[in-house]
Design a protein around this ligand. Structure first.
Ligand code: PLP
Length: 479
């Protein structure tokens, strides 16, 4: 039926048409013209009422957002508001106010999240939060900077020298250090440079899946290296490795099972044992501890592993090191140099913002993750008590409870960190997640636990506001 553009009661028009069709088999010309004219009139009436895009964009109130957010974001919001005016949901006169109210606060769709989950390194929440010092370093480096330039000589300088020097200083046992994009990239580079068309000997108990369906064996084989699996899931002894060593051995790989624990009848060859067997030993420690940590005695660290005789260590920068996403490589000078000069190294090169954040993490004050790891339980409990008290004052069903936090994010599996939480009704969990900032808690037995270990004391007031806001929105939703 060629009456598209008919904005007035198409259903009514259709009924009329169908009635006529039923009676006479065709629509009388006069009725058809009448309907089309009515439709055109109605369309132009609505069009007249919807303010034009250029008129809205020229409004003085939108000039600051146009500069801050850019034309594209503001224009998209304007178009969304125009659609609402057309649908009759917003008054034409209030279009600019509606645009202002609907504009996003930032140019990123990502939202700030307060991590009240009790998982210190939450992979889905961006793992390690950066320190203030790292943020400042990123800001300094974000413009043009002496990234690969020696300001004294005016010539090319070594890229990332500050971060590399800091890393070398943090791991005295390392003769050489290098940085790449992430822990997986560090492994890929080692496998490519040292074991392409050769064998990597690895225990069946260490063939780890690191999350989101990615498995280390697949990653390693994608480089052209062959995996020589030895031992069993629960037991792999020195003999298993020595029996497998041959002319095609690239290296022996030890992987820290960083996201699970095997208990019971188990055995594993130590780095110290493997160091003497005649093949290079690469250890993927995963979580990025550079030195032993008193709270995590079972977590391997780069310095100890190298002292024990490993030739190369790889790790993530955004796990227990508490820095930006990065891959750490440390070990024997000639091996690190071989990796650094390999063509693939250029494809895994770390960017200037990450280098800056890494340097600040290594040299600056302790990263937030370290503070959370060492947080005093008594302090956490009294913070939870105070937060619960202020919420109760406002009539919220809230009380403090002891809680158990974990390290998470592929580090220290099985370690439980005693913690403190505020318990609120589970029905608030969604509203808390949708608030600004978002708060992500942990739902357990019909209660939403807001664990304080991965939050700074200064965040408590923000969590309090967020809960009150969530209660308010929930009541509005019900009312
Ligand atoms: C996390 C992890 C990786 C991967 O590191 P990314 O930085 O996430 O790429 C590799 N190996 C182990 C043992 C890990 O824990």
């Amino acid at each position: 039926m060629e009456v598209s553009g008919c904005l007035v009661a198409p259903a009514v028009f259709k009924t009329v048409v169908i009635e006529y069709l039923g009676q006479a088999g065709s629509i009388p010309v006069h009725l058809r013209q009448l309907c089309l004219r009515g439709a055109a009139l109605a369309t132009s009436d609505v069009r007249r009422r919807v303010p034009r895009t250029d008129v809205i964009l020229a409004d003085g109130r939108l000039q600051e957002p146009l500069v801050r957010l850019g034309r594209s974001i503001v224009k998209n919001t304007v178009q969304a508001v125009q659609a609402r005016v057309r649908a009759g949901d917003t008054e034409a006169d209030a279009a600019v106010e509606a645009v202002l109210a609907a504009l996003p606060a930032e140019t990123t769709g990502h939202r700030r999240v307060l991590n009240a989950s009790g998982v210190l390194l939450h992979t889905n929440l961006g793992r390690a939060p950066l320190s203030e010092a790292a943020l400042r370093a990123v800001s300094v480096t974000s413009g043009t900077t002496d990234l690969e330039f020696d300001l004294e000589t005016g010539r090319r300088g070594r890229r990332g020298r500050g971060a590399l020097a800091a890393l070398a200083q943090a791991i005295p046992a390392a003769e050489g250090v290098h940085l790449v994009n992430n822990g997986a990239a560090a492994l890929v580079l080692a496998a490519t440079a040292m074991a392409r068309d050769r064998e990597i000997i690895v225990s069946r108990g260490e063939m780890v899946e690191i999350g989101d369906g990615f498995r280390l064996p697949d990653l390693l084989e994608s480089t052209g290296a062959r995996l020589r699996e030895v031992g069993t899931t629960n037991r792999t002894v020195l003999r298993d490795y020595t029996d497998a060593i041959g002319p095609s051995t690239g290296f022996i790989l030890k992987v820290h099972p960083s996201n699970f624990v095997i208990k019971g009848f188990t055995a594993a060859a130590s780095v110290r044992e493997l160091a003497g067997v005649g093949a290079p030993v690469v250890v993927d420690i995963g979580s990025g501890l550079l030195r032993p940590h008193p709270t995590l005695p079972d977590e391997p660290d780069a310095e100890t592993v190298l002292r024990d005789g490993a030739d190369l260590v790889t790790a993530s920068g955004d796990k227990l090191l508490g820095g930006p996403q990065a891959g750490l490589i440390a070990g024997r000078r000639e091996l690190v140099e071989k990796l650094r000069r390999h063509p693939l190294a250029r494809g895994l090169r770390i960017d200037k913002l990450t280098l800056a954040a890494m340097e600040a993490t290594l040299c600056g004050p302790p990263a937030p993750v370290m503070r959370y790891l060492q947080a005093d339980l008594k302090v956490l409990l009294s913070r939870a008590e105070a937060l619960a008290a202020s919420l109760t004052c406002h009539g919220v069903d809230a009380y403090e409870v002891p809680s158990e936090a974990t390290v998470g994010g592929g580090a220290a599996p099985g370690v439980v960190l005693p913690s403190a939480a505020v318990s609120v009704p589970a029905s608030l969990a969604l509203a808390l997640r949708l608030g600004t900032p978002a708060v992500v808690g942990r739902v357990e037995r019909d209660r939403c636990l807001l664990d304080l270990r991965a939050l700074d004391a200064a965040d408590d007031a923000i969590v309090c506001e967020a809960v009150l806001g969530a209660v308010g929105r929930e009541q509005e939703g019900r009312g």
